[in-house]
Ligand binder design. Structure first.
Ligand code: XLS
Ligand code: NI
Ligand code: NI
Length: 437
């Protein structure tokens, strides 16, 4: 096969003085940060859906992307060719992982049997390419939202047959993920939510969704798949309300249905902001619950209220993200997955490289800055000191659960007033972060 990117060779680290747009200025895969290579810290992944299937269409017009290797047909041959192009791209980018939805990689056939056959035919190529390049599957997932059959949802559909179809699709996607040695499997509830409560039995829908996930947990064990399961929160879009609206809602759902031991969260920046949170908040909520699994790295637009899925370039964002990730022990099964797409106006193949290189460099800087802040220690020390009253005396007693309202009343009656509060020093801390940016 002719190369799809003939003029582009493997992207190399050239250092921050380089002016070559097709080089890394900060991402040096072999550089050691906090005892681990940058490559192992960041575990970058390229997504199949935006990068190889996204053509840049929007509600006002069709796609604009120029993709000379794609004949635009829905044939298996075209899908197989696209798979080889994908690996040429990921290899040249030097990213260690990729992710897919079942329907990104292979076209649907006239029935489920034929669709599964198409999927196998392309998965075969993926397997060969993974072997050839050493690129691994970070996670697979099933697209349970594009086909019109999922108009009312998949696991939460009012139609039991649709639930069964979704179950069959998950079963197959799990098998292929397992066969390709996937490190994980993600559930994003594309249409698991509602447009109006007037026609919705919410309790019944949530019970069904939990049943579907339990079946997936059982099947995972049955086939011996050891990868990590993730749930990806998102508050709205496509539905008005998505059940997995944010990290807290997901954790509550998982706990309520005894699923928490089997899942971690895959947090996406633009979903966090749509939920009215920062990414940092979502990472803290997940991390505190021991459920920080993986991230979908992107960013929204402050002036647009939807999932614009832009490539992340803000050093503040990547610094705060990496501070939280390092605090909770780093990414183990998960990775930094670029669930991001080039703008409709950036339609040339080379734009795919610029976008990913920029995102990787932004995260590399975030990682190095976060490590420097941790090494400096003043930030952590400040937070520790802020809670010092809990380390001894009555504070320690409360934390250990060894006191009562009555004893605390006696304590305060004796003391009469609280020890004076001290400043939260927000501006001082913001300046401290800026010292490192
Ligand atoms: C959509 C989601 C989706 C998941 C995978 O907004 O981000 O792309 O990551 O289904
Ligand atoms: Ni995502
Ligand atoms: Ni998204």
């Amino acid at each position: 096969m002719q190369p799809a990117f003939p003029t582009i060779s493997k992207i190399a680290y050239e250092g921050k003085e380089s002016r070559n747009p097709l080089a890394f200025k900060h991402y040096n895969p072999h550089e050691i940060v906090e005892g681990k290579t940058m490559r192992d810290h960041l575990r970058f992944a390229v997504v199949y859906w935006h990068t190889f299937r996204g053509m840049g269409s929007d509600p006002f017009g069709p796609g604009t992307a120029v993709r000379p290797w794609d004949d635009g047909s829905n044939s298996v041959a075209n899908a197989q060719k696209r798979a080889r192009v994908a690996f040429e791209f990921i290899e040249k980018l030097d990213a260690p992982f990729y992710c897919w939805h079942d329907r990104d990689v292979a076209p649907e056939g006239k029935n489920l049997r034929e669709t599964n056959k198409n999927f196998d035919a392309v998965a075969k190529v993926l397997k060969v390419e993974q072997k050839r390049t050493g690129i691994k599957l970070l996670w697979g997932t099933a697209n349970l939202f594009s086909n019109p059959r999922f108009v009312h949802g998949a696991g939460t559909s009012c139609n039991a047959d649709v639930f069964a179809y979704a179950a069959a699709q998950i079963k197959k996607a799990l098998e292929v993920t397992h066969d390709l040695g996937g490190a994980g499997y993600t559930f994003w509830g594309g249409r698991e939510g509602y447009m109006t409560l007037l026609n919705t039995d919410m309790k019944r829908e949530l019970d069904h969704l939990a049943k579907l996930l339990h079946m997936a947990v059982d099947y995972k064990k049955q086939i011996g798949f050891k990868g990590q399961f993730y749930i990806e929160p998102k508050p709205k879009e496509p539905t008005k309300h998505q059940y997995d609206s944010d990290a807290a809602a997901c954790l509550n759902f998982l706990r309520e249905y005894d699923l928490l031991p089997h899942f971690k969260l895959n947090l996406e920046t633009n979903h966090a902001t749509l939920a009215g949170h920062t990414m940092q908040h979502e990472l803290e909520v997940a991390g505190a619950a021991g459920a920080l699994g993986s991230i979908d790295a992107n960013t929204g637009d402050e002036l647009l209220g939807w999932d614009t899925d832009q490539f992340p370039t803000s050093i503040y964002l990547t610094t705060h993200t990496m501070l939280a990730i390092l605090k909770y022990g780093g990414l183990t099964t998960g990775g930094v997955n670029f669930d991001a797409k080039v703008r409709r106006e950036s339609f040339e193949p080379v734009d795919l490289f610029h976008a990913h290189i920029g995102g990787m460099d932004a995260f590399a800087r975030g990682l190095k800055i976060a490590a420097a802040i941790r090494k400096d220690g003043r930030l952590a020390q400040f937070v520790k000191q802020r809670y010092a009253s809990w380390d001894t005396g009555m504070g320690a007693k409360i934390e250990k659960g060894r006191t009562t309202l009555k004893e605390l009343e006696t304590h305060m009656l004796k003391q009469g007033e609280v020890a004076p509060n001290v400043s939260g020093r927000q501006e001082f801390l913001e300046n401290l972060i800026n010292e490192f940016i």
